[in-house]
Design a protein around this ligand. Structure first.
Ligand code: PHE
Length: 456
């Protein structure tokens, strides 16, 4: 099944870093704190951790199986493993999700560029908390400037995708990812020495079980999928480039642990500061952008810190946008027999349009809502809470019913050269438990479960 002319990642550490790069990004540092804040704090974190261990990790391993076994893009993989069937719909769902996510993700990535700019020009210095908030709101709701940054970010991603510089990305990630980790640690230390530390940490770590509602559960599951990049084919595409001797199980564990650690650090960095500076934890997508500058203000050479931080955050976002773009580009390139360049152009142009609309939904297009959500939030909801979990569910069912257990085991143990403890439990889990759990969470949110129970 191997396709000999496909590139593979240069080194083992490269594989891990690129995959960590795909997972770690705005999802852990921007979206995670905002979701924790909006969903009642520690209760959300608890459900998120449970989803990460019980759904995230097994689904990631399963995607690695599909990718490396088929050696093709997200949609092609299903065609190869189950020719002439409808299973490839899972792949299309993933490609579409990648495309839509890239649209709103680029907007937030663009915001990081604005903050780099502001740090460079010194305009973050000397402001009060209220000023940081109103300035962010004025900026994000204006028409041209955020769109400009959004398109700049898409252009940056585009250039990397067309020049096929996996090597460059690998090399950059090797330095940038550890650097980001270190700066997060420093900011955590600053944050936990602020006066709001008690309140912040208990908000994050002391669960109030009454707060676990169906919508909190759905949000936490969505966060798991979004943050680990699972359920939409990114990891299928990436693992299709893995070498024969990559340890798929170990890689999945490493990526999951690192990603979760980054999210926790982001939480520890944000919440003490939120309470110290009197910011609303429920502020929404702007939470990190109004909280962090306050922490930087508290550090000597605040501008330099914020400059370094936002550069690293932009890079973390870039390694994720590259992976999202790659899913869509690899699909158009391989399935429509188009040059890579042309495929990338089509994707970038489409994403630029979605990005612009999402950006405008904070201002000019604010009135256009879907189910009460502005377009930006609606796309986030659709992808993270519906398309990705649905994709993950179908991926499990697919492997459960279409793939022979011995084929699955051979791939995940590198033909028996490494051990997979509890393989049978894993196989049972992804075939029955994981899809059922995701299905129940959906039904629960729709209120159907309550209705059924009330019938008895
Ligand atoms: N996981 C990425 C993040 O946390 C976002 C992402 C989602 C990337 C899906 C690729 C695919 O930032």
């Amino acid at each position: 099944m191997a396709n000999k002319d496909r590139v593979t990642f240069g080194s083992k550490i490269g594989v891990i870093l690129a995959t960590v790069g795909c997972a770690v990004g705005l999802g852990s540092i921007w979206r995670f704190p905002y979701m924790v804040g909006a969903n009642g704090g520690a209760a959300f974190l608890l459900v998120f951790m449970i989803c990460t261990v019980l759904l995230g990790l097994p689904i990631m391993i399963t995607e690695f199986f599909i990718g490396r076994h088929s050696r093709s893009n997200a949609a092609g993989a299903f065609k190869k493993l189950a020719p002439g069937t409808q299973w490839s719909l899972i792949g299309y769902n993933g490609v579409l999700a990648a495309f839509l996510i890239l649209g709103f993700y680029s907007v937030v990535s663009g915001w990081t560029l604005e903050y780099i700019w502001q740090a460079m020009t010194g305009s973050l210095a000397g402001k009060t908390t209220a000023e940081f908030t109103t300035d962010f709101e004025t900026f994000s709701s204006s028409a041209l400037r955020p769109i400009g940054w959004t398109i700049a970010f898409i252009a940056l991603t585009h250039i990397i995708i067309v020049s096929g510089v996996e090597k460059g990305i690998e090399r950059a990630s090797k330095i940038m990812m550890p650097a980001l980790f270190i700066i997060l640690l420093i900011l955590c230390i600053r944050s936990v020495t602020l006066p709001g530390v008690q309140e912040g940490l208990s908000f994050l770590f002391k669960p109030d079980f009454d707060k676990i509602t169906s919508s909190v559960i759905l949000s936490a599951m969505g966060q798991t999928f979004f943050s680990l990049s699972i359920g939409m084919g990114c990891l299928i595409t990436y693992s299709s480039y893995f070498g024969k001797d990559t340890n798929l199980q170990l890689t999945a564990v490493q990526v999951t642990v690192l990603n979760t650690l980054v999210a926790l650090l982001a939480g520890i960095m944000v919440f003490p500061a939120v309470f110290s500076f009197g910011i609303e934890p429920t502020a929404g997508p702007e939470l990190v952008f109004i909280t962090l500058p306050n922490i930087f203000e508290q550090l000597p050479f605040g501008n330099i810190w914020s400059f370094i931080f936002f550069i690293l955050l932009a890079l973390a976002a870039l390694t994720s946008t590259i992976s999202l773009h790659e899913v869509a580009t690899a699909y158009v390139h391989e399935e429509y027999h188009m040059t890579r360049k042309k495929a990338a152009w089509i994707v970038s142009a489409g994403v630029a349009v979605i990005g612009a609309v999402c950006s405008l939904s904070f201002g000019l297009l604010k009135e256009y809502t879907i189910g009460g959500l502005i377009i930006f939030d609606a796309l986030d909801y659709l992808t993270a809470k519906i398309m990705m979990p649905l994709g993950g569910m179908m991926i499990c069912v697919f492997v459960g019913v279409r793939i022979e257990k011995k084929v699955l085991k051979a791939e995940l143990t590198n033909k028996g050269t490494i051990t997979f403890y509890f393989f049978n439990a894993y196989a049972f889990f992804i075939k029955y438990i994981a899809p059922a759990a995701i299905g129940l969470i959906f039904l629960n949110e729709l209120g159907l479960i309550k209705k059924i129970i009330s019938l008895f």
